[in-house]
Design a protein around this ligand. Sequence first.
Ligand code: HEM
Length: 390
Amino acid sequence: MSGPIQGPLLSYETFTAFYLEASFFGILLFGRSRVPPWFYLFSTAMVALGTTLSAFWIMANNSWMQVPVGYAIENGNFVPNDWLKIIFSPVLWVRFPHMLLASYITGAFCVAATGAWYALRGAFSAEARIMLRMGLYLAAVLLPIQIFFGHLTGDYVHDYQPVKFAAIEGRWHDEQPAGEVLLAIPDSASETNKYAISVPVLGSLIGSMSLHSKEVGLTDFPRANRPPVVIPFFAFRVMVGCGLVMLLLAWVGTYLSRKGSIEQSRLLLWLTFLSFPLPFIATLTGWFTAEVGRQPWTVYGLLRTADAVTPFLTARTVLISLVVYCAVYTFIFAFGIFYIYRLLRAGPAGRLVVQPAEATPRRPTSIVDEAPVTSAGDVPTAVHPVIRAQ
Ligand code: HEM
């Protein structure tokens, strides 16, 4: 039914993004010693461009499902009548940056966590130092911007999807001024929250930037049009919680590194190392909030998920394809994680090392503390004295 709109959007993704990613990703993973450095750098830029384009088309597609615009309905099908409106929907301009920032923060934390891991092991000290600082500085700058875009994303939900907003807030009844439920256990049967911890008025402030606004509750909507409350309610809090923990970590880490004492703080190194799942969790719970919160609609307000199911699909075929998907992705993920772990364990190619004469083996931080750093090129671990010492 929505194929005439969603089909082209997905094929634009294939044409613009997949080819770029697929062509250059292999070079990124396996081609470092096979292509000149400039071409390797170019390949990394192409993969980054490919994934950005991919995110753009996915967000354009998904934003149309959240807030459908630029369409007409003919013979029960959605047909596009304004592609510019569809592609450049106003919602896209808050959701696309929120998604991109989520990816950059994920990258920043992975780099910082790898640096912390090296520092804890006393390996690759020069790189550990750079990775820790680069990752934490970047995260320290990006996280406040992400929280700002998170707020703007919440504004769009408030204005265009009030029932999803009420579910996220755990607000069952209209309130004026509205409180903000920080934590609770929402109970759909009794349409109340158990063990709620709330802050008065904050709900109106967050929803409408006012101290007096009326904010709508879930009971304003028929039960059949409400999302399941528990998942968006908790998923949203996990996402925001991860964001706040990462902000704290990035700011404390940046402060310590400005003081020059980050490598001495083993607690912070451990916390940074252990924090690498946080941005992944935030990203996933962000998607749970957006997608479960959109239920029971596939195209919000127009096409119910129950009606969007392909009529000739049986439960058996769906189950088989789901099992195959899970099996293939489990294999790819397991292999990917193993491969990335081995890459990280082996350490950077073309690592930064000091001239052997100036290095003080057995004291790993001496590399960055005392001696000038030079690029050693692709020095095999087995033959370079400083690397051997590490
Ligand atoms: C801390 C403040 C944050 C706020 C107020 C916030 C707000 C929101 C809201 C309201 C949604 C649902 C949007 C929808 O239904 O369409 C959402 C989705 C999402 N969030 Fe957050 N968020 C925050 C932090 C984060 C962080 C730290 C990350 C990841 C590092 C993140 C990643 C995502 C992703 C990937 C989505 C799904 C895509 C989208 O709908 O934009 N968020 N966020």
